[in-house]
Design a protein around this ligand. Sequence first.
Ligand code: NAP
Length: 552
Amino acid sequence: MQDTTYTDPRESEMASRAYLQQLKATFEQLPNEIPLYLFTAKGDEDVFTHANREVIRAFRELSSKITLREYNLDHELATEWNVTHSPTLLIAPERYSIQWLGAPMGEEARTFLEILILVGLGKSQLSEQSLKMIKRIDSARQIKIFVSPTCPYCPQQAINAVKTAIEMPETVSLEIIDIQSEPELANQYSAQSVPQAFANDILIGQGAQPEEVFILSLEKLEAQTIFIPESDAELIETDLLIVGGGPAGLTAGIYSVRSGLRTAIVERDALGGQVATTPIVENYPGFTSVGGKSLVDIMVSHALQYVQIFQGEAVVDIQTGPPFMVKTNRRQFQTKTILLATGASHRHLNIPGESRLAGRGVSYCSTCDGPLFKGKKVVMVGGGNSAVTEALHLFHMGINVTLTHRRDKLRAQEFLAKQLVDNNIPVLWDTEVKEIRGEERVEEILLLNNKSDETMEFKTDGVFIAIGYTPALELAQKIGLGINADGYIKQDGKHRTTVPGVYSAGDVEGGYKQIVTASGQGAEAAMTIFEDLINPYWLDGQAKVASISDDL
Ligand code: NAP
């Protein structure tokens, strides 16, 4: 389907020309050559080999520093550099051990561009905190990062690993592995969700990690979830710190800076929140049909014209104010106000086998993990807009998908439900998934028909779960915000929470949970914050906060 947004073609052509000029200038200033070596099996002309040549050709037009040599897998250099798969792309193998198994397509083109720049620069660009930690690693690390071209979380994790391979070339070797090009390797590691990071064959990270958390996991050879920076971390002062880079946070950032507030956004994962993994959006005004990730890219580039975004940074501590002291894994903010736009996280079924087989056939992201199931059989659980949109997405990718829903009626919009019927996608009604079974990966599920009480074993390669979201309340709870009876942040209708100087917007405060409503709430919150900073009610007996009624 086409994106029918109207943009003056002359304007977009000028913008891309300016971007290319900027990239060329960046490469021009890089001090080092960037030699690439592509290894293929004799006569191997598959889609990945072709894609490598195309992508590299496009990048080579940017700079003569990028060179390409091609060899067969039986060449002596393949033995010298330990290359065994076709196609494998090596980046500056004389200096670093960075191999790309597959091709840098789709989202991964971003990773590739960053690798080229870092290699050209000859510097890892690791943060101060990461550099301190990495120096403690004193034995070899062989890293494998499994990625897919449609995964918006993958570049962050792949780049974390690339930086370590550049910083410690004698100690760290890296393979970035495209799960579509290397399904057998992905199977061998039971890596059926992306990104997944292994070091010395130990799983050290599922999903994207902030850089410092990745390095700590690499050091400990065990997945870590939190990193608290040392007290010498950089300090930034803001009027407003926005936590969360989805539609609510990004819109608030635009409005806030335009009002003259010093503003920053911190986001621990990929920007865009749930939208980034929504296959197609058809109800955002101005776009009759647009990929969720494309919409996010447009929003982010708009927001970046105004507001500084710290991506890959997780808030690890907040000391109450105002002013508030907020610590991320990399720096500290002293801020007069905070906007929590932390969104929501996937709801889990909480049944046996679900967490054990997460990433082993159990998935919460069809956009990221769908490609690995092409030609296979999967089940989609849920009856809302997400489950139906994602079931259709999997179906169109050539996956044999069955929807299971616990009732006899979908919650999804009629427009989407009709497409299920039109495409003959089977639906198991009144059916609950009771258990997910399999040794190394998902093999079958146990289903219960809640009308007839009959149980049934159902063979499947994957279970995609889209049963709604629960608000991400960890920080709200840490600050001690009031929570309403529905389990969302309590606010006064103008996005003021029960703690002076702290505001909320988007899915974390409930409501309709649409992209357009989240953006609207972000704009409203930013305008309230602007008014409150001119006239800080917290200096005036906390009247507004006290007026929040208990039943909100
Ligand atoms: P949702 O609308 O809350 O639907 C969740 C679905 O999962 C419901 O069908 C629910 O069943 C089922 N469910 C919940 N808990 C379950 C459990 N423990 N076991 C089995 N099934 C369970 O969630 P969503 O589909 O993720 O959508 C979230 C929000 O995003 C909604 O506001 C939606 O409109 C919006 N969204 C919009 C679009 C779009 O406009 N294209 C796309 C995606 C999402 P019951 O029906 O029985 O409650």
